[in-house]
Design a protein around this ligand. Sequence first.
Ligand code: G3P
Ligand code: MG
Length: 270
Amino acid sequence: MTAPARPAGPPTWPYPRWIAHRGAGKLAPENTLAAFRLGAAHGYRAFECDVKLSADGLPFLLHDATLDRTTPAQGTAGQRPWAELSQLDAGSWHSRQYAGEPLPTLKAVARYVQSNGFALNIEIKPTPGLERQTGEAVGQAAVALWHGAAPPPLFSSFQPEALAGAMATAPAIPRALLLDTLWDGWLTAAQALGCVAVVTNFRVMDAGLLATLHAQRLHGLCYTVNDAADAQRLLALGVAGIITDAVDHFAPSLDTGGAALAPQQPDGAS
Ligand code: G3P
Ligand code: MG
C-alpha cells in the first residue's frame, strides 16, 4: 500500500494576514495597550509586540533594551523589578494625549487579545545575554495565559536561542524565525527550531525565497511594510503575513485574498 501523498506547500495559516506592528505602530505609543486599541479601531485583528523580562522574571512589553527612548527612566529595563517598571510613564514620550500610559505585562495583553478574539505575534526580544532564559520564561507564561485558547500566540525572534527556550517550555506554541538578512544556516536553524514560518525584512522577500519556504512547508511573512507598492508586491507573491505601522493607510477589510488589496491613501496623497 502506498502512503498518501503529502500535500504540497505549507499547512493552513490560522492568523490574519495584516498585523499591526508594536501594537499599532507610530500613531500611539508602541507596545502599550493604547496602541492595541488604536489598531483595533482601524480594523486590525492581529498584533505584533516585543516582550522581555523584568529583573524578577515577569514578561512585559518593551522594544529597546533600555528605558531611555520610551520612558523618563534610563538604563537597562531588564535590571529593574516589575514593581518599578510598572510605575513608569510609557506614553508621554509619544504625545501628551498618552501621558501616563503604562508598560503592559504580557498577561494584560493576553487578556485584551483573547477577550476580543485577536491574534498575537509575541516577538521575544531578550535583554542581551538572557536569550535562552527569556524564551523559556515567555514560553512558560504563554502556556499558562492561553491554556489552549485558539489561535495560540505566534512566537518570533531574531535570536535562535530564545526560540529554543520557548520550544523547551511551550513546544505546542508555533514559532517563527525573524531574519533581517539571510545569514548562513538560517534555513537549517528554522527547521531545527521546528518553525512554522520565517518572518523577513520585506526587502529580502522575493518569489525565489517564498518558493524555498513553501517547499519546506514554511510560511513567509514580512516586516515592516509601510509603503503601498511594497505591500502590493508582497501580496502578489503570496506572503502569509504583513507587519505594518501604517494602520491608518492599509485597511485589512479591503484585503480580499491577494493583489486585490487597495491600500487607503494618506490624507493629501494623490
Ligand atoms: O517582528 C517584526 C519586527 O517587529 C522586527 O523588528 O525591531 O520592530 O522589533 P523590530
Ligand atoms: Mg518587534
